[in-house]
Design a binder for this molecule. Structure first.
Ligand SMILES: Cc1cc2nc3c(=O)[nH]c(=O)nc-3n(C[C@H](O)[C@H](O)[C@H](O)COP(=O)(O)OP(=O)(O)OC[C@H]3O[C@@H](n4cnc5c(N)ncnc54)[C@H](O)[C@@H]3O)c2cc1C
Length: 222
């Protein structure tokens, strides 16, 4: 696919390490909620350093939004993104991604793995179809939870948080395990959407299978 330059309109922090980047939306750019794009920075030596980032805006919005966890300790693209400001440019390459909405089910995300679900839940809200969808969101601490208020408003009791490095009222503590899955997923044969770091994904898939479920999994490794 040809490269498209995207001028940054807004770049700001939405948590201590997560950036929200709003860019203009060229008319020919189209995507399905849950999909991502290969993105690089339009700056000397960075043009060919492509990384995958998910669209967190909706196809109908007249802007594009990306929600990006930055790793200042790695000498990579996300560290460089921290230097950018309004009117700097990103380059959009291919659009791809295996997560799209199919049926009502349980979404399980680890950290920035929630990004495909942001656009999907925004789309479901727009269509008034949030229904009984559930989000299980695993993070290290409560400060890491992306769009906590939005998910609380959208999902109410169907928004479940689990923190591995903080004990806090209203949040489960520890890592997701079989007991936790059994308690929080009423029907293990429901549609599961899974996105996060590799070890978390491998662990959860194994746990679901051990419990006799996990036959319908739509997933993307971050
Ligand atoms: C389809 C898809 C969609 C995605 N969407 C999003 C999104 O919307 N938002 C988001 O935040 N992320 C998203 N990701 C993840 C995102 O692509 C990576 O976090 C990003 O590529 C990191 O880029 P980076 O250049 O900063 O670091 P990297 O390219 O990961 O690393 C740069 C260098 O740091 C070193 N390094 C790598 N890993 C580690 C480590 N664990 N510890 C220490 N050093 C390390 C290596 O030397 C490496 O060369 C998505 C991933 C996929 C596959």
């Amino acid at each position: 696919m040809e490269q498209t330059k995207l001028k940054i309109e807004i770049i700001e922090n939405i948590t201590h390490d997560v950036l929200r980047i709003i860019t203009e939306k060229p008319k020919h750019i189209n995507f399905i909620p849950g999909q991502a794009a290969e993105i690089s920075i339009n700056k000397n030596v960075w043009e060919d350093e492509k990384r995958a980032f998910t669209f967190t805006s909706l196809p109908g919005n007249d802007y594009l939004e990306f929600t990006i966890k930055a790793y200042p300790s790695r000498n990579g693209v996300t560290k460089e993104l921290l230097q950018l400001k309004k009117n700097d440019e990103l380059i959009l390459h291919d659009i791809f991604g295996s997560i799209t909405y199919k049926d009502e089910g349980v979404f399980i995300a680890g950290g920035a793995g929630v990004t495909p679900f942001i656009s999907i839940f925004r789309q479901l809200q727009l269509k008034n179809k949030i229904g009984n969808n559930k989000l299980i969101f695993a993070n290290k601490t409560s400060a890491d939870v992306i769009h906590e208020e939005m998910f609380k408003d959208l999902l109410g009791k169907n928004f479940i948080n689990i923190l591995s490095e903080e004990k806090k009222d209203g949040y489960a503590h520890g890592h997701i395990n079989e007991e936790f899955l059994k308690t929080n997923i009423a029907d293990l044969d429901t549609q599961i959407y899974l996105c996060g770091p590799d070890p978390m994904m491998v662990g959860i898939e194994r746990q679901l299978k051990n419990l006799g479920g996990g036959k319908l999994i739509i997933k993307e490794k971050f």
